[in-house]
Design a protein around this ligand. Structure first.
Ligand SMILES: Cc1ncc(COP(=O)(O)O)c(C=O)c1O
Length: 442
């Protein structure tokens, strides 16, 4: 047995970090020790502008007083209540508040602890829904190439990012994928929704015909794909997906883990695109990133289908120890109040044009092969270094951090998604720094 006393408290080796180049990090650690509003503070005392709202989650900015206080008060008042067969008021209050923000018809909430768990929950609801309706032959799930739906088995099965899938065996069976919509050849440097590609939605018809509609339970997509490098849906594409799924009795699930809670200038992307899915998957912005919590919002039709049989019986055999956790619920309520008080769920729409102009001013800088945006999301795609994919963007990430700016990279794409409290002078600073960095990249 190893002698634990020999491990120094600041030894970095025990923590196997998620989605991180562990060896590179531990040679030159990047540590945040404080945060306030638009900024982080590093362990060496520097201030870093948050260009990514943490990981697309801190929509109201950091350490907001109302949220901090709600968490502290709830932790002192009642830390935990059993999630199964018992309730506590804040979980119900928060569900009502979420439903109040969601598109018309989405009236019931299942709680989870993350985006990944929300995805698993939604997929299970879809399969079980058809079964309780006497349509159990609908077992297939359709995702999309380049889709990111978290890291659990259902999510990576319907997801379409090869690196996240290839190590993990056969995954779920009965899954198929639509093509992704990214087309630099035709849509490079588009501002907002691209013109070309709506017809790719008809690929769903092909898949439906191949398998027969009677075997398909649900289609899941991110309305705007985030983690794969920001893919904005072509004009009309999501409406077509809705038409096709409706026609064939297939449930449509929007994974709004990134787009939920104001990211593109409306409460949900469903509002922006005027397309109402049967379920919305969310997390991240629900608690402003403070306490892990996710949710799946479903229609009354789905919910009511389960409410049958003897009343003493559990209707849906699914849930987590921390579903609707009191501290997370308190954080969620305070977060939604903060969004409302400050108009943050629509603030992205007011700033979108300024953001877009600043972002697209980087066109023409070395290695930049595409720029795309919607609401307060932006992406800059770089030409990869031959034989060393991801290296150029990672180098931009490191240089940005050194210059006091947090960006996110995926492949050779720089993704930006600042807190929704961002001001114009922050936008100027962000793109000013990025322009300098891009000019110095090898
Ligand atoms: C669209 C989407 N779905 C699911 C997830 C997974 O969320 P989590 O990391 O909270 O499990 C993410 C995370 O970035 C996401 O972007």
């Amino acid at each position: 047995m190893s002698d634990r006393r020999t491990v120094a408290p600041n030894d970095l080796s025990a923590f196997w970090m998620p989605f991180t180049a562990n060896r590179q990090f531990k040679k030159a650690p990047r540590m945040f020790v404080g945060a306030k509003d638009m900024h982080y503070t590093t362990s060496d005392g520097r201030t870093v502008l948050d260009g990514t709202a943490g990981l697309w989650c801190v929509n109201a900015g950091h350490c907001r007083p109302r949220i901090v206080e709600a968490i502290a008060t709830q932790a002192a008042e009642m830390d935990y209540a059993p999630a199964f067969q018992m309730g506590h008021p804040k979980a119900f209050e928060l569900a009502n508040a979420i439903v109040g923000l969601a598109p018309e018809g989405l009236n019931h909430v299942l709680y989870t602890n993350s985006g990944s768990e929300s995805v698993e929950t939604a997929l299970k609801v879809a399969l079980a829904y058809h079964r309780v309706k006497g349509d159990g032959s609908r077992f297939r799930l359709i995702g999309r190439e380049r889709g990111y739906h978290g890291v659990n088995f259902g999510g990576i099965s319907v997801g379409g990012i090869v690196t996240n899938r290839k190590m993990f065996g056969t995954l779920l069976t009965g899954v198929d994928h639509m093509p992704h919509t990214h087309n630099i050849g035709k849509n490079a440097f588009t501002r907002g929704e691209p013109e070309h590609g709506a017809d790719l939605a008809t690929e769903l018809e092909r898949i439906v015909t191949l398998h027969d509609p009677s075997t398909i339970a649900a289609v899941i997509v991110e309305p705007v794909a985030g983690s794969t490098g920001v893919l904005i849906p072509p004009k009309g594409y999501l409406k077509k997906l809705r038409e096709i799924t409706k026609k064939h009795g297939i449930l449509l699930i929007f994974d709004e883990v990134i787009t939920g809670f104001g990211r593109i200038g409306t409460p949900f992307a469903a509002d922006y695109f005027d397309v109402t899915p049967d379920m919305i998957v969310c997390a991240k912005g629900l608690t402003n990133g403070t306490i892990p919590m996710g949710a799946v919002i479903v229609t009354s039709d789905i919910h009511d289908a389960f409410m049958q049989g003897p009343e003493h019986m559990i209707e849906f055999f699914h849930g987590y120890t921390y579903s609707g956790n009191p501290v997370a619920s308190a954080a969620g309520l305070a977060t939604l109040e903060t969004y409302k008080e400050e108009g943050l769920l629509t603030r992205g729409a007011e700033l979108a044009q300024y953001w877009e102009d600043a972002l697209h001013s980087l066109k023409g800088l070395p290695h930049v092969i595409d720029i795309r945006n919607l609401g307060l999301i932006g992406a800059i795609e770089l030409d990869p270094i031959a034989g060393a994919p991801t290296k150029r963007a990672f180098s931009a990430f490191l240089k940005a951090y050194e210059s006091g700016l947090l960006i996110r990279t995926t492949g050779d794409i720089i993704a930006l998604s600042p807190p929704l409290i961002i001001e114009k002078h922050h936008i100027d600073e962000l793109f000013g720094k990025l322009a300098t960095i891009l000019k110095t990249l090898e």
